[in-house]
Each structure stands twice: as structure tokens, then as C-alpha cells.
Design a protein. Structure first.
Length: 299
């Protein structure tokens, strides 16, 4: 039926029927070109990690290494005796530890706060939610100096606690969870309340399992945000033992770990730092889309 109607429209408007295939081909070509343009920096990053320093400096955009080598990766993982040591494994360990703790904290506390704002009735609830929205409008850079002063005053500067505690809750996560919880029918909670379940039992055993798409979305965003965090770690730490991948790579790029361009070493480290977030997103992108659209329609 649709084929006949399309043919009828093409006969009724021969100009449109004549130019539709070329326009479609042009559209596909444009999309493919934009996709290739987007992927090209990652390809160059991958290839450069297997080049030598002179080769990378002479042919920075070359897609085929003149003399392929794994020297950059060997140096990152401490398998090479040439050049200055790069504490990449320590950066990786700090980033993994902080990211796991922060992600778990955000998922728990943002869910609890979102449920309280969506379902519980208490004085000042609307005003409190207004404050949460107001925090979203504040540029993060404006909070750097106050954050440093607070950490320094409470003795949390240059500690793991100072790196983790300020990131345990974020306004965007609270907003996402609140919007999702409001889309869940209240009848489900009322039935559980009739059976004698308390507020926390309803939240933990009934409502939270229903919020799996939003929880996965929050997990991805929290993991990505804490893994890529830079400015907070810059003002919260000073010792090299607390360096994460972002602060360590910044020191590496600025020339703090040896002279020369060191393009293969820098891009190999950047590639390894990108892989966990990329893998997490591609594994759970289906749930990410569901969670992003959740709460758009309320019952």
C-alpha cells in the first residue's frame, strides 16, 4: 500500500520523484563525511601511540607508523627501562578508586533525594527543589575557591576524603531521579503501604527496582563525570600520590615528566584513559536513551 502511494506521489510530482534519490545519496554522503571527521582524531590518537617520537613529530597526521613500536605503552605500564618513569598505574588506581566510590554514592544519595522531593510531603520541599535547580545554573568554576576554603578549613585538603565527599551528590542527578520517580504510578506505592511497608521499604524494594533505566543513566553520567573530573581534583589535592588520570595527564602534557614532544606517550595515555568511559557507554547506551527519555511523559 505504501509502495503504491509513494509511486502515485512520484507520478503526481515528477520533479520530486526525480531528485529524491540524489538528495538521499547526498544526505548519506554528508553524514558519512561528518562521522569520518569525528572519528579521525581517535584514529590518529590510536596510530600515534605506536609511533616513535621522531616519526610522530615528522608525520603527526600519518595513519601508518613508519616503524611500529609499543615503547609508549611499555613505558606507561613500567615495562621499559628507557626514559623517566611515568606513574600511570598510580593515576589509574586513584581514578578507579575515586570513580567507583563517587558513582556508588551518587546513585544512592541522588536516588534518595530525588524520591524525597518527588513523593514525600514536608515543609519547604518546593523551595528546596528550587535551590537544586539554582545550583544547576551556577558555573562550576565559580565554586572552586569556596570549595578549596571549605576543604582546607575542615582538614580535607590533599586527602581522598576531600576528593570524594564534595562529588558524592550532584544537582543534575537529583533532578533526573525526581523526574523519573514522578512518572511512576502512585498506586504501586499505595498498595505496598496498605500491606504495611514503610517509606524506606517502598523506596528500596519497590520503587528503586522500577527505576533501572534512570539508575543506569545516572551511573553512566556519574562514572563519566567523576572519571573525567579535573578542576575539583586540581584544587582538592597537591601531592603527586593523589594524582588521577586527568591531573597526571595534565602534568605530562605540560612537560612535567620529561622533555620533548612525547606525542606517542601522551596520546597512548589519553587513549587508555578514554577506553573505560567509551566501553561503559556503548554497553549501556540502550538503557541510557531510555533513562534520558524517562519522565518526559507522566501518568
Amino acid at each position: 500500500m505504501s509502495t503504491h502511494s509513494a509511486a502515485a506521489r512520484a507520478q503526481a510530482n515528477p520533479v520530486m520523484g526525480r531528485f529524491r534519490p540524489p538528495l538521499r545519496i547526498l544526505g548519506y554522503t554528508t553524514v558519512a563525511a561528518l562521522g569520518l571527521l569525528y572519528v579521525m582524531p581517535f584514529v590518529i590518537q590510536l596510530v600515534t601511540g605506536f609511533k616513535t617520537d621522531p616519526d610522530a613529530a615528522a608525520h603527526p597526521l600519518g595513519l601508518i607508523p613508519t616503524t611500529p613500536t609499543t615503547a609508549a605503552y611499555q613505558r606507561l605500564f613500567g615495562l621499559s627501562h628507557d626514559g623517566d618513569g611515568v606513574p600511570f598505574l598510580r593515576w589509574l588506581g586513584n581514578s578507579a578508586f575515586v570513580t567507583v566510590v563517587v558513582t556508588a554514592g551518587r546513585v544512592l544519595f541522588n536516588s534518595m533525594a530525588g524520591y524525597a522531593l518527588a513523593r514525600l510531603r514536608f515543609p519547604g520541599r518546593t523551595l528546596l527543589f528550587g535551590f537544586v535547580l539554582a545550583v544547576l545554573a551556577v558555573p562550576p568554576v565559580a565554586l572552586l575557591i569556596p570549595r578549596f576554603l571549605v576543604l582546607n578549613t575542615f582538614g580535607l585538603f590533599d586527602t581522598y576524603a576531600g576528593m570524594i565527599l564534595p562529588l558524592m551528590v550532584d544537582a543534575a542527578g537529583i533532578f533526573i531521579m525526581k523526574q523519573f520517580f514522578e512518572s511512576i504510578p502512585r498506586e504501586v506505592e499505595e498498595a505496598a503501604r496498605v500491606d504495611g511497608a514503610g517509606v524506606f521499604r517502598i523506596f528500596w524494594s519497590i520503587v528503586l527496582p522500577m527505576a533501572r533505566p534512570a539508575l543506569i543513566t545516572l551511573t553512566i553520567l556519574s562514572f563519566q563525570g567523576s572519571w573525567n573530573e579535573f578542576t575539583h581534583f586540581l584544587v582538592a589535592t597537591q601531592s603527586s600520590q593523589y594524582e588521577t588520570l586527568t591531573t597526571g595527564l595534565a602534568r605530562l602534557v605540560s612537560g612535567g615528566l620529561g622533555g620533548g614532544t612525547q606525542y606517542p606517550l601522551k596520546l597512548a595515555a589519553a587513549l587508555l584513559a578514554t577506553l573505560p568511559v567509551a566501553a561503559l557507554f556503548f554497553c549501556f547506551q540502550r538503557y541510557f536513551v531510555q533513562g534520558a527519555n524517562a519522565g518526559a511523559v507522566k501518568e
